[in-house]
Design a protein around this ligand. Structure first.
Ligand code: PLP
Length: 476
C-alpha cells in the first residue's frame, strides 16, 4: 500500500512569539485558582491555546505591510475602498458596510429586515445570530437536516438545509412572514459542517417559487463566517468540483444569496473586523443610516483604516487553494490521530475544530457531574492545552430552573489559523490519548459558583472526590 503523502505548512516563519512552558505543579496551581474553568486561566499559563479560532489568526507579512498603509480619515478612507473591492470581487455582492465584528453586522441586518412576528429559518442556530434575530422580534426555526444533530452520523454535507422542513414552514406561515432564510456556511454549532452547492441551488429555487406580496422572492442571507472552509469541502466532496479553484466556488455559493453577514475574525484572517453585504440598494441605504448610530461612519464601521486594509488582504488570502488544503488538513491531522487511538470524537471531522465526545470518553461520570468540564480541565493540567467545554455547563438552565442536559457533551479543540504547526498538533494528540488511556483517573466535578447568565464563562468547580487526577486539590 502506498503511504499517503504528508503536507507541511504552506508558509515559513518570519517572526516568532515565544510561549512559556509550564511545569505540572504550576498548571495544577493555575487550574485550582481558575476554579477548574478553562475560561478563567491566564493566557500566559497556556501552552497551546485551542479555546477558539475567533480573532486568533496569524496575519501574513502582506497583511502587516497593509497595516502601515492605514488611511485614518474619518470619511472616505482608501482602505474602505479596498475592502469594498475585495468583497465585490471575492464574494460578488454589490454593496458592503464594515462593522466592528460579525455580531455588529448581525445586529444591523436583523433590525433592517426582520419585523415583529416574523420567522427566520436557519440551518441550526448560532448564539449571537439567534439573539439578534429574536431582539428584532423574529422567531428562529431550525431547518437543518436531522443528521446535523447526531455526532456519530457520517454525512458529507451535514450543514444542508432540509428543504421539506423549510417548505412546510413557508406553507404554514406564508412567505410574507419570512424575511430571509439564514444560511451558515459552515455550521459552527454542528462542528464546522459544510453545505453543498446542490443544496444551495435547490434552496434558491425553492425560495424563488414563493414570492412575497412585495413581489420579491424570500431572501437568502448567508452567515458567511467560514465560507472558504465550506468551499474546500465542496471542492473535495461534490462531484464535478475537484479542479475548481476555491475562489470560484466561493463566488458560486454567494451567487445563490442576496447578501451576508461576516465575522472577519474567522476566515478573513484578522484579529478584529466584520461586515454586512447586500445586492439591494435599499438595504444598503438602511445600513448606512443605522451603522452611524451603532458602529461608526459607513466608511469605517467601528474599524481603523488599517484594520480594513488587513481584512481586505485577508479576503484574497483565504481563497488560496494551498492555504485552505493545509488548514483543513491540519484539523484532520489532529482528528485522525485521535480516531486512530480509539478516542471518541464528533464525525466527520469539521472545518475549524475537533470535538471530543466527553460523554463517551468519560462514561463513568454522570452528566450532572460535568464530564466535558472535567475533561477540559484534565487536558490543561496534563499538558497546558486549553480547550472549551460545550456541554451541560454551556447549555445552562431552562426557564424551569433545571439544567438542560444537552444531547451533546463535548470538549472543543479549535485550531487557530496559521498559528500552530503540526508538531503542536502531535503534542495535543499525545496528551488527549494519554488521558484516554488513564480515563478512570478523571473524576466528576461539582459547581461551587454559578452566575445567573452565560454561566460557562465564570462558573467555578471542585472535584466531587479529591482522588485520581484531582489528587492535587487537597494539598492547597
Ligand atoms: C463568531 C461567529 C459569529 C459572530 O461573529 P463575531 O465576530 O464573534 O461577532 C457569527 N456566526 C458564526 C457562525 C460565528 O462563528
Amino acid at each position: 500500500m502506498r503511504r499517503e503523502r504528508r503536507m507541511a505548512e504552506p508558509y515559513k516563519i518570519k517572526m516568532v512569539e515565544p510561549i512559556k512552558m509550564t511545569s505540572r505543579p504550576e498548571r495544577e496551581a493555575e487550574a485550582w485558582t481558575a476554579g477548574l474553568n478553562t475560561f478563567l486561566i491566564d493566557s500566559e499559563k497556556v501552552y497551546i491555546d485551542l479555546l477558539t479560532d475567533s480573532g486568533t489568526s496569524a496575519m501574513s507579512d502582506n497583511q502587516w505591510a497593509g497595516m502601515m498603509l492605514g488611511d485614518e480619515a474619518y470619511a472616505g478612507s482608501r482602505n474602505w475602498r479596498n475592502l469594498w473591492d475585495a468583497v465585490e470581487e471575492v464574494y460578488g455582492f454589490k454593496y458592503m458596510c464594515p462593522t466592528h465584528q460579525g455580531r455588529g453586522a448581525e445586529h444591523l441586518i436583523s433590525q433592517i429586515l426582520i419585523k415583529p412576528g416574523d420567522y427566520v429559518p436557519g440551518n441550526m442556530y448560532f448564539t449571537t445570530t439567534r439573539e439578534h434575530q429574536e431582539r428584532a422580534g423574529g422567531t428562529f426555526v431550525d431547518v437543518v437536516i436531522d443528521e446535523a444533530h447526531d455526532p456519530r452520523k457520517e454525512h458529507p454535507f451535514k450543514g444542508n438545509v432540509d428543504l421539506d422542513k423549510l417548505e412546510a414552514l413557508i406553507k404554514k406561515v406564508g412567505p410574507d412572514r419570512i424575511p430571509y432564510v439564514s444560511v451558515a456556511v459552515t455550521v459552527n454549532m454542528a462542528g464546522g459542517q459544510p453545505v453543498s452547492l446542490a443544496n444551495l441551488r435547490a434552496l434558491r429555487e425553492l425560495c424563488d417559487r414563493y414570492p412575497r406580496s412585495d413581489g420579491r422572492p424570500i431572501r437568502i442571507m448567508f452567515d458567511a463566517t467560514r465560507l472558504a472552509e465550506n468551499a474546500y469541502f465542496i471542492k473535495e466532496r461534490e462531484p464535478g468540483y475537484q479542479d475548481t479553484p476555491i475562489r470560484s466556488i466561493v463566488r458560486e455559493m454567494m451567487s445563490y444569496g442576496d447578501g451576508c453577514t461576516m465575522s472577519g475574525k474567522k476566515d478573513n484572517l484578522v484579529n478584529i473586523g466584520g461586515f454586512a453585504a447586500t445586492n439591494e440598494r435599499e438595504v444598503y441605504e438602511k445600513l448606512t443610516q443605522m451603522v452611524v448610530v451603532f458602529e461608526g461612519m459607513p466608511t469605517y464601521g467601528g474599524l481603523a483604516g488599517r484594520d480594513m486594509e488587513a481584512m481586505a488582504r485577508g479576503i484574497y488570502e483565504m481563497v488560496d487553494d494551498d492555504y485552505m488544503a493545509f488548514r483543513i488538513g491540519q484539523v484532520r491531522y489532529l482528528g485522525r490521530q485521535l480516531m486512530g487511538a480509539g478516542v471518541p470524537i464528533v464525525r466527520p471531522i469539521g472545518g475549524h475544530a475537533v470535538f471530543l465526545d466527553a460523554r463517551a470518553f468519560l462514561d463513568h461520570i454522570p452528566q450532572s457531574e460535568y464530564p466535558a468540564q472535567a475533561l477540559a480541565a484534565a487536558l490543561y493540567v496534563d499538558s497546558g492545552v486549553r480547550g472549551m467545554e460545550r456541554g451541560n455547563v454551556s447549555a445552562g438552565r431552562g426557564k424551569d430552573g433545571k439544567e438542560r442536559f444537552p444531547k451533546l457533551e463535548l470538549v472543543r479543540l479549535t485550531i487557530p489559523r496559521r498559528v500552530y504547526t503540526n508538531s503542536h498538533m502531535d503534542v495535543v494528540a499525545d496528551s488527549v490519548i494519554a488521558l484516554y488511556e488513564g480515563r478512570e483517573g478523571i473524576g466528576g466535578l461539582k459547581m461551587v459558583y454559578e452566575p445567573p447568565q452565560l454561566r460557562f464563562f465564570t462558573a467555578r468547580f471542585k472535584p466531587v472526590k479529591a482522588e485520581g487526577l484531582w489528587g492535587f486539590v487537597e494539598e492547597r
